[in-house]
Design a protein around this ligand. Structure first.
Ligand code: ADP
Ligand code: MG
Length: 571
């Protein structure tokens, strides 16, 4: 470890030189109150942040005040998430931002969103706190600017660290609130199954978001807070907030109906995001869903590799086998069927669908259509005729938003109408309408039970090397992973919320590659990897202290692998 004066010397000696001379700064420097590690420096000022590796280590000054933090995994995650946010804010406040070419002058950390996630930008143990962040070493053109660099390394960074990581500068009540919020949410999720519920939404939750591109809550003055219908109201005693009332959605089939623009999709979105613990003041802190809840949608053009979709689709033209269905270019209905089967394969308990993003011919064949087109001429058995057996045979619940298909009354256990953003239990009324309607569609779901193939990937079928034979795996957008010669399109994975999750999934695919031995089923690989992460943290995905990973579920990892066009499954 070198004295930080040495860093000053090094910096003076490279002023005005070509950017490559920055490599001389690599090393470990003792700033007395913290230690700075410059592990890897990008080759040019335009290189994306994840190509650099900069860390600080400070003594864990919180330990005496927050002994309990290390008692549970969830409180530790919340603590780390809190510090990452403080660092992000402090860097915005104390650094002067972009100065020079490319990323010159920027000091930042992977940006946290509205959920409290395990992230490897902040690592803590009893002795120390390590923060992995980004320093855009400054240049004019490609020439090193030592003066700005001096200001960054010797003024801004110490200020940021003091503001974000020294206990005396942090509001301990905020920190406590952060941890308690996560613990309450986690508690509700852990209680759902024993209460026979899949979703809980507390009264007074704020569901709508600021805009289609912002995950922040809509301005409080424009919101109708959530209020449970009396018939669905349950009370849960939370460890910190105490007795809390809200709407419980039971296991089974739930239909959300209502006029256009009355808040149906907003409710479903909150349920989708209920797999996460939200930060205080998000509005959805107590909107909780079963951890394995998956949103399914149609997505034309996706890749499918040997998925058994025969429960839904049979007798395709040209006799395409649907027990091992493959395509480079799925239709709306086949994409939706495959996504459902892939989710069941890796263990979902709850499927969410919104008519806004479903293939109509996958959801329903109504009475008139049944009369016109005979079942023998229709390859699709629509979801309406499978939803009940999905629950009774596989224990998988469905929550469906549909303002348009009244036939679903017949298969739903609960029907909720959104009216002016208020949920109303209209189950009785809907059943009455069903009973008094004489012309009914014919049930078509008797044949082709839901069966899951154990899918074993072909040995070494995926390959991280690109056309230049260079290992190339990265992600610069939340729904896109570059993996060797392929691009994985994750547009239809609507439950990803941060780029750091996508980066971690990319790392996970690279890592899981070693299990592709031609014997291990996909499900088992995913399970193994997720256990490894659970036990040893996200760093198992990359031994070079990355700081750009956030937690994800095995479900998303499976979905990403299933969309990798190189994936081959053994017949
Ligand atoms: P639907 O799916 O029924 O057509 P949406 O859920 O898309 O309707 O909601 C329509 C609009 O109303 C959206 O802009 C949404 O942000 C807003 N909105 C939804 N719920 C509320 C609420 N509780 N309070 C205020 N605005 C809301
Ligand atoms: Mg909608």
């Amino acid at each position: 470890m070198e004295n930080f004066d040495i860093l000053k010397h090094k910096l003076e000696s490279i002023h005005g030189r070509d950017y490559g001379a920055y490599q001389a700064l690599k090393g470990e420097y003792d700033y007395s109150q913290f230690k700075l590690f410059i592990d890897q420096i990008p080759k040019d000022p335009y290189a994306p942040p994840h190509t650099g590796r900069y860390r600080v280590i400070v003594k864990n000054g919180f330990i005496n005040q927050f002994n309990h933090i290390f008692n549970t995994k969830i409180s530790e995650i919340a603590f780390r998430d809190f510090l990452a946010r403080k660092f992000y804010d402090a860097a915005l406040k104390k650094s002067k931002g972009r100065r020079g070419t490319g990323n010159s002058g920027i000091i930042t950390i992977a940006k946290p969103g509205q959920a409290i996630l395990e992230r490897n930008s902040v690592i803590v143990n009893k002795e120390m706190i390590e923060v992995r962040f980004f320093i855009g070493l400054p240049a004019n053109g490609r020439k090193i600017n030592s003066q700005i660099c001096q200001a960054m390394l010797f003024e801004e960074i110490p200020k940021i660290i003091a503001l974000a990581l020294f206990p005396e500068n942090l509001d301990m009540r905020d920190l406590e609130q952060h941890i308690k919020t996560a613990e309450d949410a986690e508690y509700v999720r852990s209680r759902l199954a024993s209460l026979n519920l899949v979703v809980f939404i507390a009264d007074n939750s704020i569901l709508p978001r600021k805009s289609g591109v912002s995950d922040q809550p809509l301005d409080i003055n424009r919101v109708f807070p959530f209020k449970s219908p009396e018939s669905l109201r349950v009370e849960i005693d939370l460890p910190h907030s105490g007795k809390t009332k809200g709407m419980g959605i039971p296991k089974g089939i739930t239909l959300i109906v209502g006029g256009g623009y009355h808040g149906k999709s907003t409710l479903l979105n909150a349920i989708e995001m209920g797999i996460y613990n939200h930060i205080p003041n998000d509005g959805r802190e107590k909107c909780i869903s079963d951890f394995s809840t998956i949103k399914i949608r149609a997505y034309n053009g996706r890749y499918i590799e040997k998925v058994d979709i025969s429960a839904f689709i049979n007798n395709l033209p040209l006799q395409k086998n649907t027990t091992q269905f493959s395509t480079d270019n799925a239709s709306g209905s086949t994409s939706q069927a495959a996504s459902i089967m892939e989710a069941i394969e890796v263990g979902t308990n709850v499927i969410l669908m919104d008519e806004d993003t479903c293939a109509t011919n996958f959801m329903i064949r109504d009475q008139k259509m049944q009369k016109l087109v005979e079942k023998d001429d229709e390859p699709i058995t629509t979801f309406i005729d499978k939803a009940e057996s999905l629950y009774s045979n596989k224990g998988i619940s469905t929550i469906l938003v549909s303002g348009g298909i009244g036939d679903y009354f017949d298969v739903s256990n609960i029907i909720i109408q959104m009216k002016n953003y208020n949920p109303i239990d209209v189950t009785g009324k809907a059943y009455e309408i069903s009973r008094s309607t004489s012309n009914k569609r014919v049930y078509e779901g008797k044949e082709h039970p839901i069966s899951i193939n154990e899918r074993v990937p072909v040995k070494n079928c995926i390959n991280p090397y690109n056309y230049y034979n260079k290992k190339s795996v990265y992600s610069a957008e939340i729904n896109r992973i570059h993996f060797g010669k392929n691009i994985i399109d994750l547009t239809d994975l609507e439950q990803l919320i941060e780029l750091s999750q996508t980066k971690a999934i990319a790392g996970a695919i690279l890592h899981i590659n070693k299990y592709f031995d031609g014997k291990m089923p996909l499900k088992e690989m995913i399970h193994k990897l997720m256990c490894d992460i659970e036990k040893n943290g996200l760093d198992v995905l990359n031994n070079r202290a990355s700081g750009y990973f956030a937690e994800f579920r095995g479900l998303e990892l499976a979905f990403a692998i299933n969309r990798l066009r190189a994936l081959k499954i053994i017949s």
